[in-house]
Design a protein around this ligand. Structure first.
Ligand SMILES: Cc1cc2nc3c(=O)[nH]c(=O)nc-3n(C[C@H](O)[C@H](O)[C@H](O)COP(=O)(O)OP(=O)(O)OC[C@H]3O[C@@H](n4cnc5c(N)ncnc54)[C@H](O)[C@@H]3O)c2cc1C
Length: 392
């Protein structure tokens, strides 16, 4: 019998497992995917996410992995660019955009160092329940097809936006909408940037996140039908991506054409946005499994880190004092909803692609909300342990 089984071991699951194991609980984290591995995601982390990495003793490790320390942010409205240096605030003065295969593995390693057991190649296929309906564990299949049972006092679904755990738990959807836009991205060397770049033009949002190996993640978001030339280009997708970028954001497009594209163009469209009920007897959801908003606000990793800590704190209280479980878990969900509210609403407004002037106003509102969120995260109570740094 484990204290906690966590299903999914990326930003949300590995962080939750790391924090709970660091608090002294007996935790197993399982994932059907091997690690290290990539996942569909650009990876510019907002200040709040960097605050969390720093508080958990992991920012130095991310920088040691040679993720560039980003010190400038550029906003370009139809060729009029403003660059500003990132000011020290909430204890951090850089941003980072580490590749997910590195970030997720680093988090999983930190979870193991904190005492969690990590089992990859294990797919959760259902849950165990007691006679009164409480979730009491996970049923899964190992890579060689063996049925596995993992009994636990609490089961956490951190299995992403296609969460099956949400279905097994019977979690209700509290609020939802579908994004009417699409995102495509690739990696380019030779841009020579230490800057997060955001380029705004009519029905167009594009950007650059400097990452490992001298490469930058270059992305383009537009209303879905307007990205059909890229989406339907088949084997010509790279050429179509560069053509569209050059047509819509000429300066960035020219720099990308002069650089070297190192990976295929990946993307997705019409993503779901939702807030889900995220706890019930014996279970909880964290990360995209419980709350998802379109990546137009580049905030999913920060959401995952925030909610991992809120949830780990609630589970810690529940395991020590089962009579407070309902109150602790209710507080987790309410705090998450309150902290997510403004960015969820701004996300919805941005995905509708209002005219550029309004789009810029929304970006300013977002920037202010992100800075306030970073302050709030920096003022979270110190954790009872500092898992990664104490284990290092
Ligand atoms: C195109 C795109 C661009 C994005 N860009 C950004 C960005 O720039 N900045 C940012 O902060 N966020 C961004 N995001 C959002 C970010 O990627 C997510 O919010 C983040 O990955 C959520 O982490 P998670 O741990 O909740 O879920 P995930 O990263 O989806 O991890 C879920 C894990 O669960 C595992 N799993 C699933 N089902 C099972 C099962 N049955 N059994 C065992 N394991 C299972 C999966 O294998 C996976 O490893 C972007 C997302 C997309 C799609």
């Amino acid at each position: 019998m484990y204290d906690v089984v966590v299903v999914g071991t990326r930003c949300a699951g590995a962080a939750t497992a790391m924090l709970l194991a660091g608090m002294g609980h007996d935790v197993v984290a399982v994932d059907k995917a091997p690690l290290p591995s990539d996942t569909l995601s650009t990876h510019g982390i907002a200040r709040g996410g960097v605050v969390q990495l720093s508080r958990w003793g992991l920012l130095d490790r991310v920088l040691a992995s040679r993720a560039p320390a980003v010190t400038y942010v550029m906003f370009d409205l139809q060729g009029q660019a403003k660059v500003r240096r990132i000011k020290p605030r909430a204890g951090v003065d850089v941003l980072v955009a580490p590749r997910r295969r590195l970030l997720d593995s680093l988090l999983a390693d930190a979870a193991v160092e904190s005492g969690a057991e990590l089992r990859t190649g294990l797919t959760a296929t259902g849950v165990l329940r007691s006679d009164d309906g409480r979730v009491t564990g996970v049923v899964g299949l190992s890579a060689n097809g063996d049925r596995v049972e993992l009994p636990a006092r609490i089961v956490v679904g951190a299995d992403g936006r296609r969460s099956r755990m949400a279905g097994y738990f019977g979690a209700r959807t509290l609020e939802e909408f579908t994004s009417p836009c699409a995102v495509f991205y690739t990696y380019v060397t030779g841009l020579g940037s230490d800057t997060y770049e955001f380029h705004i033009a009519p029905d167009t949002f594009a950007g650059v996140f400097p990452t490992h190996d001298g490469a930058a993640c270059v992305w383009l978001i537009r209303p879905t039908p307007l990205l059909d030339p890229v989406r339907t280009a088949g084997s010509g997708r790279i050429a179509a991506f560069v053509d569209e970028l050059e047509r819509l954001v000429p300066d960035l497009g020219r720099r990308v054409r002069a650089g070297r594209i190192t990976e295929r163009v990946r993307g997705t469209a019409d993503l779901p946005n939702y807030l889900r009920q995220s706890h019930g007897p014996g279970w909880a959801l964290v990360g995209d499994a419980g709350y998802h908003r379109d990546p137009i606000t580049g905030h999913g990793i920060t959401d995952a880190f925030r909610d991992a800590e809120l949830l780990a704190t609630a589970i810690d209280r529940s395991l020590h004092e089962p009579s407070v479980e309902l109150a602790a878990m209710t507080s987790y969900q309410e705090t998450r909803n309150a902290m997510a509210r403004e960015i969820f609403d701004v996300t919805r407004a941005l995905t509708a692609f209002p005219p550029p002037d309004r789009f810029v106003e929304l970006q300013l509102q977002l920037s202010e909300a992100l800075e306030r969120e970073a302050d709030q995260l920096a003022s979270f109570p110190a954790l009872s342990t500092q898992p990664a740094s104490s284990a290092a």
